[in-house]
Every structure is written in C-alpha cells, then in structure tokens.
Design a binder for this molecule. Sequence first.
Ligand SMILES: O=P(O)(O)O[C@@H]1C[C@H](O)[C@@H](CO)O1
Length: 296
Amino acid sequence: MSTEYTYEHLAETAKYLLERVPFRPKIGIICGSGMGAYWNEGSLAEALTDKVVFPYNQIPHFPESTVEGHAGQLVFGYLMGVEVVCMKGRFHHYEGYPLWKCSMPVRVMKLVGISHLIATNAAGGLNPKYKVGDVMLVNDHINLMGFSGNNPLHGPNDERFGPRFLPMNRAYDKDLIELAKKVWDDLKLGPIHEGVYTCLGGPNFETVAELKMLQMVGVDAVGMSTVHEVITARHCDLTVLAFSLITNFCATNYENQSEANHEEVMDVGKMRQDTLATFVQNLVLRIKKLGYPGIK
Ligand SMILES: O=P(O)(O)O[C@@H]1C[C@H](O)[C@@H](CO)O1
C-alpha cells in the first residue's frame, strides 16, 4: 500500500475537525519555513481572527511534526473576514515521512471543504535576477523526486480522491497567478517574479554541482517541499497558487564562501512576514470577492 490512510480515515479526521469549527473554509494556506511555520509573533496564522487551533498531535490520524519545540498546528479562522484553514508548519520527506504522508493534510483540507490552496515555501534562489527577500510565484515545477518513482500518489488509487492518471500542465492556476500579480502590484510591494520550483529530499542543502545542474535545466528556485502537496491537491481537484520566499542565494561557483543555513531562512522569513501577510490577506479577499476563480 502506498498509504495507510484510507478515504475513511481521512473522512474521520475531517469530521472531527468540522464538529469543532463553526464555519467552513474555502481556502487552505500552507505556511512554510519563511512564513511562520516555526514562530508565533507576527506569523500569518497569528493574524487569523476567531481562531480554532488544533495542534497536529491532537488531530486523529495526523502525522506529528518532528521539529523540536514546534508541534505544528492546523488553524481555522478568518483572514480579512475570509474563512480559511492554515497549516502552521508542514511535513517534509527529510523528517522521515513518505511523500503520501507529507501531503495527507491537503486531502484533509479538501474534505473540510476547501476549493483553493495557497502553498508557500522558503527556497534558495537560482535565477541570478532574484534577490534575497524576493517572492516568486510558482508557474511550474520539476518533480525531481518523481523521476525516480517517489510520488505521493504511488500505489493503489482511490477514485474518491481523484483519477489514477492526472494532467499537470495546468497545475498552477493562471488566473490566480495573474490575480496575485495584480494584488502585489496594487499594494506597491515592488518586483515579483514567476518561475519554476523544484523540491529535493533534503535535509542537506545542495552542492555546487547540483545547483549548476538545476540551473541548467531551468529551475529558478529550489526547496524541500510543495511539489508533492501540489500533486495531491491537483489530484483532488483543488485550484492551486504557490509562491516561494527567496531566503538565500544558491552558490553556483566554488569561490562563493557563503553557506546556506536554516537560521538565515527563518531570519529572512521574519524580515518579510509583514509584507507576505499583507499580500496573502489581500489575495484571499480578492479571491472571495471574485467568487473563487480558476480551474477546479
Ligand atoms: O517548508 P519549507 O519548504 O518552506 O522549508 C524550507 C525547506 C526546509 O524545510 C527549510 C530549510 O531551511 O526551509
């Protein structure tokens, strides 16, 4: 079996949550390392009002976050009056979880009623035009882990989630990308990029040779998440927007003395959290006002 979670398990999880939440979210938000996964003050999840908070370790069938001191939380609440559910922290392959387990919360969010997913991550910048602190809207990805058969949908397929075979050429919704660019511009937040993201298994950052190879094949930003979540989201017909906060430069030559580290990733996240929170708040408001546009 690819997954120990049957549809019934996840339906039980959704029922548990829905019995405790007085409203129904249409938008799910995954807050990654650059957006408050590991801290409280100023994080997007903190900005929600009328919150109902579920530590991951209290939710039936949920994996437990292994990052010390951070249980991880599923937070239901309102952002600018819009009903959302927010993952404060996610599960990574490097924590020891198979990909189907890392992306299981996406299916739970689908079952509690979301139609739209905003996945965020921290990533290293490979495109030489990018600067630390920039935001890249993901317009495509390269599923490198999938090249070797490591896919969250590996194994028997339950049609109640989605089809056996699914297209991925429109995975990142064009209308939402355009809307996100407009929201960003209207807020006068400076330049914003569009580009290709890839996920590696981690937990080590990349070698120079690996980064040079990724650059050569057209990767603009490299991280350790999101791709399997987006595959799972598209499988169950969610409309997806994803963006990366560029938290560090990727050293593509041996003269570069800088070394990537997780502290820098979190520091840049804290530096940019107000801007990103403003962006996401306005974005969800516009999505709701427009009647939840995009592919379904
Ligand atoms: O969860 P995300 O993808 O935002 O986190 C990235 C990848 C690693 O977990 C961590 C490395 O600093 O940041």
